[in-house]
Ligand binder design. Sequence first.
Ligand SMILES: NC(=O)c1ccc[n+]([C@@H]2O[C@H](COP(=O)([O-])OP(=O)(O)OC[C@H]3O[C@@H](n4cnc5c(N)ncnc54)[C@H](OP(=O)(O)O)[C@@H]3O)[C@@H](O)[C@H]2O)c1
Length: 344
Amino acid sequence: MAQDRAMARILVLGGTRFLGRAVARLAVARGDEVTCAARGVSGAVPEGVRFVSVDRDDPAALTPLAGQAFDAVVDVTRQISHARYALAALADHVGHWSFVSTMSVYADNATPGQRAVDAPLLPPPPSDVDGPGPDFRWYGECKVAIEQLVRERMGVDRSFLCRAGLIVGAEDSSNRFPYWVRRLARGGEVLAPGEPTDRVQFVDVEDLAGWLLHAADTGLGGTYDGTGPAMSRAEMLTGVAAGLGVADPRLTWVDQDFLRAHDVREWWGERALPLWVRLPESAGLMDRDVSAALAAGLVVRPLADTVRATASWMSAYPDDVPQGGLDPADEAAILGTWHAVRKA
Ligand SMILES: NC(=O)c1ccc[n+]([C@@H]2O[C@H](COP(=O)([O-])OP(=O)(O)OC[C@H]3O[C@@H](n4cnc5c(N)ncnc54)[C@H](OP(=O)(O)O)[C@@H]3O)[C@@H](O)[C@H]2O)c1
């Protein structure tokens, strides 16, 4: 980060969990004046942050903040009304607005190499939908609608629409990347899904937080994918192992059709092998062209650093670490059947 940079006044709408917390923590660490506005239901804000307790279901909840000048806002919301109220209250009083969107805004998940600038989007949701349901229905569509609101109200030059990919690192309460950290730390024969060359793509939470602050500092405007460069699944699994100090993991690659036939599930959840998606239908999900993001200041740390940060959080806060994914007994049973079928 720039040493001579003037202190910035940053308002995080959120900040009580994962990415929002990382943005706030990083901003405090570099000397900014940081305010986080949330209910405080999801967790606590980092030390050194001014916390303002608000419920954004109330249209006027953020109005008291309008009189306090902020250089930049970072909003992580998924609710359309929350974004609308925030813009109504604050847009005239801030210089720069970052909205954390998602790659779930895209309509085409099959084509690799797409770019944020011209990839087709989902339509906004029906007018009676304000936010995603518990099953994530309308998630991408709601983010599309919020992107439109932010762009219209702030203008292209003062709004940074950051479509995050899978976010990984410390405090990740999903069982996706942590599954692989836990699995490779356990050792033994590891069920690796699909082909070694399949593509995998994600972003370290600290890198994304750093880029959001860089965008605020530099007044970056526009729409970008917020994720790191794609790598092969073999690179990812050996990289996770290397980050844990495991030199030569025993990976057994199991064909995707075999996995599906044995009820192994994709992406996350029970019986899932996280970060595994069906190909070719989902070949675009984790293989996007992020050269524009890298050119616009996204800096990606080595995978080993992400692994170490994730692993030390997992060992310091075992109760916060998500469980799930494919259970060890199920993994062993599937590997046994796979070897038996191959020998037959
Ligand atoms: N995790 C991933 O891999 C991934 C991938 C792509 C995109 N994304 C996007 O990245 C962002 C991640 O954000 P995040 O990690 O900070 O987590 P998040 O789950 O989006 O956090 C939501 C924040 O909003 C606050 N909030 C929720 N309801 C509120 C209300 N009624 N009034 C006031 N505040 C409210 C929550 O705090 P309280 O509950 O304490 O109020 C929390 O701080 C999200 O936009 C997500 O859609 C994530």
